[in-house]
Design a protein around this ligand. Structure first.
Ligand code: FAD
Length: 449
């Protein structure tokens, strides 16, 4: 009998999981709690644009339409692109909207039996001989629930939707102690654009937090209110936002997304030669950081704004590639093999939890790897080997990310990571023509067509 696959979430990762499982002959069911596809892109503030250039944020077999000429498309353009993708690959027929997964329970072998397994799902294959998942789904319109039994679950819940992160304030020292109104950025993003504009107009606003949402919202407020009601931005940790992707005319991809750039950093299980090279080349890594820093200083006119002193902080840190810091500051790092499979949770995969500089790119290659696993192209190694691989990656991440280590993230190891997936699938990881291009050209989705 055909194996039943359930996918939870119809954001970018869920759409990809649906498309690729369909391509291997499965007939997945996608449960989406909202009434539309697109995940985080369905509700953002008006001015949100991609922060990754679209060449990196595109499906390998479905390029951006030629009428989108901007390098950083707007939220609406991203949504239109996702809609077009879902129509093109006929995905809507598999998606159940307003369907919130409220519980998952595994039915099959006992805990004691599972603890004795030497392989994931007992055999190292995705479908265990005895186990099934019960997926309980609530219809958000009718409030009725239904339970489905499936052979495999792919969780594509994203990292940024639905659950706002609020600090735990001491009693009576939180929002209730403030006479004004306190909201989370998610509430602001959920307002329609006219309501959001009315909400901030003419108000004295303080934004707390210095990452993507904080910056976008501050910009929106200062544009609406000008200098009459200046917006204040409060932050705990300073970091640098790169004003563009071509410092001194060199595309950042050449500096941080090429095999050569990866030679400059230590990698998990790299072997003696690569380890030596990473150590020998470390001054060059510093040189690249200084090169980018000089561009930021010039372009943002830090000296004119009296910010030169703080700028020297860059010297003290390992400068991480642009968005990398942004994706490593959360608080949970799950032990996931290939950033996708928990060795001790059978018949289940997570796509989109571990983030990268270009999430669409990594979610796509991860889905391709996953469906090759589901269709039997390769088997997973023993649990012991998987766990040792996971801890090797953790150690390596800890070493290279230092204070920013914690959250599931690929850091600057995207190519190295994708190489491992390619080898599992039996693909040649070297995708470029000629040694020089292989070494220096940035890697992106179109290299894996
Ligand atoms: C403002 C903003 C800008 C961003 N810009 C970039 C960028 O430039 N580059 C980049 O690489 N990344 C960016 N990201 C990260 C972005 O999250 C990813 O690029 C990508 O869209 C994540 O897709 P996803 O499908 O993994 O998750 P999501 O888009 O979060 O989708 C998860 C889906 O799961 C559904 N869901 C959750 N729980 C349940 C449940 N229990 N039952 C049923 N359905 C459920 C949700 O409703 C949602 O539709 C940005 C994120 C934000 C918030």
């Amino acid at each position: 009998m055909a194996k039943q696959v359930a996918i939870v979430g119809a954001g970018i990762s869920g759409l990809l999981a649906c498309k690729y499982t369909l391509s291997k002959g499965f007939d997945p069911v996608v449960f989406e709690s909202r009434d539309s596809i697109g995940g985080v892109w369905t509700k953002t503030i008006q001015s949100t644009k991609l922060q990754t250039p679209k060449s990196l944020y595109q499906f390998s077999d479905f390029p951006w339409p030629p009428q989108v000429t901007e390098d950083f498309p707007t939220q609406n353009q991203v949504l239109d692109y996702l809609q077009a993708y879902a129509h093109h690959f006929n995905l809507f027929k598999n998606i159940r909207f307003n369907s919130k997964v409220v519980s998952l329970s595994y039915e099959g072998p006992s805990d004691a039996e599972m603890e004795a397994w030497a392989f994931w799902s007992e055999t190292g294959e995705p479908f265990a001989p005895k186990g099934k998942w019960n997926v309980t789904v609530e219809n958000t319109s009718s409030r009725t629930t239904e339970t489905y039994q499936v052979d495999f679950v792919i969780l594509c819940l994203g990292r940024y939707s639905d659950v706002p992160k609020f600090p735990n304030f001491p009693a009576n020292k939180g929002p209730e102690a403030f006479p004004g109104k306190v909201i989370h950025s998610m509430e602001y993003s959920n307002m329609d654009h006219a309501t959001a504009h009315k909400f901030i107009q003419g108000k004295q606003v303080t934004v707390v937090g210095f990452q993507k949402s904080g910056m976008d919202i501050s910009m929106e407020i200062s544009t609406a209110n000008g200098i009459e009601h200046p917006c204040t931005l409060l932050y705990r940790t300073e970091h640098w936002n790169i004003p563009d992707y071509i410092p001194w005319g060199v595309p950042l991809g050449y500096l941080y997304q090429s095999r050569f750039s990866e030679l400059l950093i230590h990698k998990p299980a790299e072997g003696l030669l690569l380890s030596l090279l990473a150590t020998i080349f470390s001054p060059l890594r510093w040189g690249i950081s200084k090169f980018v820093e000089s561009h930021i200083k010039r372009k943002l006119r830090l000296a004119q704004h009296g910010l030169r002193k703080e700028a020297s902080n860059l010297r003290k840190r390992k400068v991480l590639p642009f968005a990398v810091k942004d994706c490593v500051t959360g608080k949970t790092r799950l032990p996931l093999y290939r950033e996708c499979i928990h060795p001790r949770i059978p018949q289940l995969a997570l796509v989109g939890l571990s983030v990268s500089v270009a999430d669409l790119f990594t979610s796509e290659i991860r889905c391709r790897w996953l469906v090759e696993l589901l269709s039997g192209t390769f088997k997973l190694p023993s649990l012991k080997e998987m766990e040792s691989n996971v801890s090797q990656w953790n150690d390596s991440m800890k070493q290279s990310l230092g204070e920013y280590y914690e959250r599931s993230c690929l850091g600057a190891l995207q190519i190295w990571y994708i190489d491992q997936l390619c080898k599992d699938m039996g693909w040649n990881p070297r995708r470029k023509k000629g040694l020089l291009r292989e070494l220096f050209e940035p890697y992106g989705p179109l290299d894996y067509v």
